[in-house]
Design a protein. Structure first.
Length: 225
């Protein structure tokens, strides 16, 4: 949804728009084939909004809206939780209000979380404040979606450079997090725990958790005012 600088009617990344057009499921959704859950609804809504922004794919939009309409009650189900596909490396689901990474409820953690969900705040966000969270690679939290919001609403050149390098390297689709070393390792630990075999990898898991703890300490030091 990032426009070309100076040409707001044109997408900066048309290959991403084309990927959306080419990857709609038969039931009108975007996401895992056959999945009807909150994640599928969120992904489909995001794709519909993107297509509507550039006024392309009217049939795709219609089918996407039909999917959302048919399954809207899933979004109202308090027991249904979306799979963690919109996570940053700290473990924050981007769209689920019921989850928080709050580091003990500190003001600092809440500010970081509000910066992370900037995609949903848009023009309501204080973008001067968000700039404190920009990383050396130009991203915000290594999240393409948060970084795209910064590129749209603040016109930040470094954010745009990050997105440009990412789309050049990966083509149309991009991951929810990039780079994702910490996130991938934590997912592996979570999978081992769920499989009930984590005790067989106790040393390796402890190494990963120690590394993540040190990483978070360094991250908090960087974002402290």
């Amino acid at each position: 949804m990032v426009p070309v600088h100076g040409s707001p009617q044109s997408p900066c990344f048309p290959q991403c728009v084309e990927w959306i057009l080419q990857n709609q499921q038969e039931d009108g959704s975007w996401g895992q084939p056959g999945a009807v859950n909150k994640d599928a609804l969120l992904s489909t809504l995001a794709c519909v909004l993107a297509l509507n922004t550039w006024n392309v794919g009217p049939d795709h939009i219609r089918r996407g809206l039909n999917f959302i309409g048919r399954n809207f009650l899933v979004a109202m189900d308090g027991e249904s939780v979306a799979p963690p596909c919109h996570l940053n490396e700290l473990g924050n689901p981007c769209y689920q209000n019921k989850y928080r990474w709050d580091a003990g409820g500190t003001i600092l953690a809440r500010k970081a979380f509000m910066a992370y969900v900037s995609e949903g705040l848009g023009r309501l966000q204080d973008w001067d404040y968000v700039m404190a969270y920009q990383r050396k690679n130009g991203s915000f939290f290594n999240s393409p979606s948060t970084t795209a919001a910064a590129a749209i609403y603040s016109g930040n050149d470094r954010a745009l450079d990050y997105l440009q390098s990412l789309t050049t390297k990966l083509g149309g689709p991009v991951p929810a997090i990039y780079p994702d070393n910490v996130y991938s390792r934590l997912c592996m630990v979570d999978t081992l725990e769920k499989m009930g075999i984590s005790s067989e990898f106790a040393c390796e898991i402890q190494d990963i958790l120690d590394m993540t703890y040190r990483y978070l300490q360094l991250l908090l030091l960087r974002i402290l005012p």
